[in-house]
Design a protein around this ligand. Structure first.
Ligand SMILES: C[S@@+](CC[C@H](N)C(=O)[O-])C[C@H]1O[C@@H](n2cnc3c(N)ncnc32)[C@H](O)[C@@H]1O
Length: 570
């Protein structure tokens, strides 16, 4: 559902717009980012591969691969619309994702046991339905009064299934990241952001013909796809290869003979082509928002950019640095008192499959954010190690299982090891470097990191073994924040909820439902921290207090605005 400009007028009272204008002014005054156009770091921020290159490649490949034909049409539609924008501007900040069940996890840990989450009821959702009439899905626009509640419940259950089904496409996006960046299955060069940027520049000068660099890129993708198929045939202990093999098997691709392996390889190439088409459409949305010259509109568009894409589980240290800086700012403003944060929830903790920036695949899959948040809270003295509990809310069985297993191992005395890669060649800011160097000091001890493959010559790695007693404080809960909430006694409500790079996957209406669910689980005056600008409706007792801008690197627009929302009323 697109956010029509008309809605901007209808929702003039929406606070976030005013806030966003204020933030925008403030960043200009501060000489900071200058606008609210920051990228979400959960995604690759790539220089555009010009569409001429993509189109000619797709054309060529589709001669050979009938399977690509439908994608070709889709890509033409997406890409064709944006040729002028991407080729004309040369450099376009594009989205490019990696990675993207049901049982609730309960009492087998030291954290509190939660009851199963409940769906948001019609009475709870009704004020949102009334306020956002213009952007509701058509089937919700005129619910007949006599059975509105029952129809709402049906819609919620169906929508929950639909949202969860987006995980599969997120996994397919991860597959593409692995294909481009992975080093564990190939000796082909990695298709880094810098390399793709270079191809983009060269191809822009080559007009409609394919530049040598463009041809090299496509040959490399092809060779990588062949290597990935070979790797999947014998994955050994490589959990990423096992994961992609299972993903392909679920889609009906076997690797039993040469013909089926060719089909699997073609699927990988088709997925790559699809992702390029998707990128072009995100770039178009952002460019259109930018053209309005309205920073708040642009922030709003960026905040829901991936509303139709697969759900990625990708994660990295960057948003955790931004959260650490935000918590420090809130503490210094007296908004969070020492020792006051005992119950924390992290919505969408993520699982690092193949790092979104550099494609790190040389260490085991890991979740970082829950440990990063614990570390920051303890370092700032906002929490004490004896009383801190962290719930994680995610709808991905893979992530919930991973964290449940971590907590189970911790109960047997085994800590959780977090690998912390840092690329010294990316112009990352000193603050981020300091954060990386000090990470983990309050939750564990440094251990020998995973060996760094030669391909990552500028990458340094630290590793921290998190103390088992802290890992047991994790309580993973299977919960879809858009549609579900925990029903908590007042004394069990959260002091702090963190949601970075997750609400961007939803549109205004679903973000509002999520905000209402978050509000219901926060104690009065508790905080939500998010790097997305959310619509504030009078019926949702949450309002944005301020924000923190955190810059990650020298690259333009590389950072986050973390907005802090406070629970109002009782
Ligand atoms: C891109 S990752 C972000 C990870 C981490 N928060 C970060 O900023 O690096 C998005 C996470 O949100 C989860 N997620 C997506 N939609 C969700 C929903 N409706 N409810 C709960 N979790 C969701 C995904 O499974 C994934 O763990």
């Amino acid at each position: 559902m697109a956010w029509k400009p008309r809605l901007g007028h209808a929702l003039r009272r929406v606070r976030v717009f005013k806030e966003a204008e204020k933030l925008s002014r403030r960043s200009r005054d501060d000489g900071q980012a200058g606008s609210l156009s920051y990228c979400s770091r959960c995604e690759h921020c790539l220089v555009g591969i010009p569409n001429t290159l993509v189109i000619s490649w797709i054309e060529r490949e589709s001669e050979r691969m009938p399977r690509l034909k439908p994608i070709r049409i889709a890509s033409w539609l997406n890409v064709g619309l944006t040729v002028g924008l991407t080729v004309g501007s040369g450099v376009v900040c594009m989205a490019f994702s990696a990675l993207g069940g049901h049982p609730s996890f309960g009492p087998a840990h030291d954290g509190p046991a939660y009851n199963s989450p409940a769906y948001i009821g019609y009475d709870q959702a009704r004020p949102i339905l009334d306020a956002l009439k213009q952007v509701l899905p058509p089937e919700l626009q005129s619910l007949p009064a006599q059975n509105a509640s029952a129809l709402w419940d049906q819609w919620v259950a169906a929508r929950d299934r639909q949202i969860r089904s987006r995980l599969e496409r997120g996994d397919e996006d991860s597959l593409v990241n692995f294909l481009l960046f992975g080093t564990s299955f190939t000796t082909q060069k990695r298709l880094t952001i810098e390399f793709l940027a270079e191809v983009g520049r060269k191809q822009a000068n080559a007009g409609s013909s394919v530049s040598p660099e463009g041809a090299d890129l496509m040959a490399t993708v092809r060779a990588r796809a062949d290597d990935l198929v070979r790797g999947m045939q014998a994955p050994g202990q490589n959990e990423r290869l096992t994961f992609v093999r299972r993903l392909l098997e679920r889609k009906g691709y076997t690797l039993t003979d040469q013909a089926s392996r060719n089909r699997a390889r073609d699927f990988l190439l088709a997925s790559f082509a699809r992702v390029l088409g998707d990128q072009a459409s995100y770039a178009e949305s952002l460019e259109n928002a930018r053209k309005t010259g309205d920073a708040s509109q642009e922030f709003a568009e960026r905040s829901r950019l991936y509303r139709e894409r697969g759900l990625s589980s990708d994660t990295s240290l960057f948003p955790d640095f931004a959260i650490a800086e935000t918590l420090a700012a809130m503490k210094s403003r007296g908004l969070l008192a020492p020792g006051s944060v005992r119950r924390v929830a992290i919505v969408g903790p993520g699982l690092d499959f193949t790092d979104k920036q550099d494609g790190y695949d040389f260490y085991p899959l890991q979740s970082v954010q829950p440990f990063a948040v614990m570390d920051s809270l303890l370092r700032l003295g906002l929490s004490s190690p004896q009383s801190l509990g962290v719930a994680t809310f995610d709808l991905s069985p893979r992530i919930n299982d991973h964290l449940a297993q971590a907590a189970a191992s911790a109960r047997r005395g085994i800590g959780y090891t977090v690998q912390l890669p840092f690329d010294t060649g990316r112009g990352l800011k000193q603050g981020l470097s300091d954060y990386w160097s000090g990470f983990g000091g309050h939750i564990g001890t440094p251990v020998q990191p995973a060996p760094v493959p030669p391909a990552f010559e500028q990458t340094r790695v630290r590793a921290i073994r998190v103390r088992p007693e802290l890992v047991t404080r994790l309580t993973p809960v299977d919960l879809n924040i858009v549609l579900q909430r925990l029903q908590l006694d007042p004394g069990d409500k959260f002091d702090l909820i963190i949601a970075t790079n997750i609400l961007v996957y939803y549109d205004t209406f679903e973000q509002s439902l999520a905000l209402a669910n978050v509000a219901s689980m926060l104690r009065p005056s508790g905080f939500l921290l998010s790097n997305n600008g959310l619509t504030e409706l009078p019926s949702i007792p949450m309002h944005s207090v301020d924000y923190q801008t955190v810059v990650y690197s020298d690259r333009p627009g590389d950072g986050d605005h973390i907005v802090w929302y406070q629970r109002t009323g009782q």
